[in-house]
Design a protein around this ligand. Structure first.
Ligand code: DAT
Ligand code: MG
Length: 155
């Protein structure tokens, strides 16, 4: 894939997604779409770390509950790459509120309440790069080329 087409996003399977056995399903959707996995870790984080991850939302009234919940169990943190992966990744996740998410999206297919929406996806290229830096050391990110690439992309 041409370097100009490459984009990265940070996708996380939240504690509810892990507990509900959705790890494979969520990874499968990104794999089958044609995006490439570049990094992945299974980890339980502290509330302080989740405060950093969600720093932009610190003034919201749901913030304390959000960061507390996010540290109650393990999550799967991932970097995925591909053409338009930030925007398309968000489409695949669905709306923040599962009730507004269309069937065919992860939140539309598997979730009911806003505070248990199973997954996180970066909302812009800038926040993706910020989140990737927060969650992964440079050496944890693998540069590789999938053999599918020449069939997923035009020249
Ligand atoms: P998203 O995860 O779609 O990017 P966000 O960044 O606005 O949404 O919020 C982060 C998470 O916070 C969201 O996935 C679930 C939780 N959240 C958002 N709005 C909420 C609300 N009104 N009540 C409870 N939790 C909320
Ligand atoms: Mg967000």
């Amino acid at each position: 894939m041409a370097a100009s087409k490459k984009e990265r996003t940070f996708i996380m399977i939240k504690p509810d997604g892990v507990q509900r056995g959705l790890i494979g399903e969520i990874i499968k959707r990104f794999e089958q779409k044609g995006f490439s996995l570049q990094a992945m870790k299974f980890i339980q984080c502290t509330e302080d770390f989740m405060k950093q991850h969600y720093a932009d939302l610190s003034s919201k009234k749901f913030f304390p509950g959000l960061v507390k919940y996010m540290s109650t169990g393990p999550v799967v943190a991932m970097v995925w790459s591909g053409l338009g992966v930030v925007k398309t990744g968000r489409v695949m996740l669905g709306e923040t509120d599962p009730a507004a998410s269309k069937p065919g999206t992860i939140r539309g297919d598997f979730c009911v309440e806003i505070g248990r929406n199973a997954c996180h996806g970066s909302d812009s290229v800038e926040s993706a790069e910020k989140e990737i830096k927060l969650w992964f050391k440079p050496e944890e990110i693998v540069e590789w080329t999938s053999c599918q690439e020449k069939f997923v992309y035009e020249d």
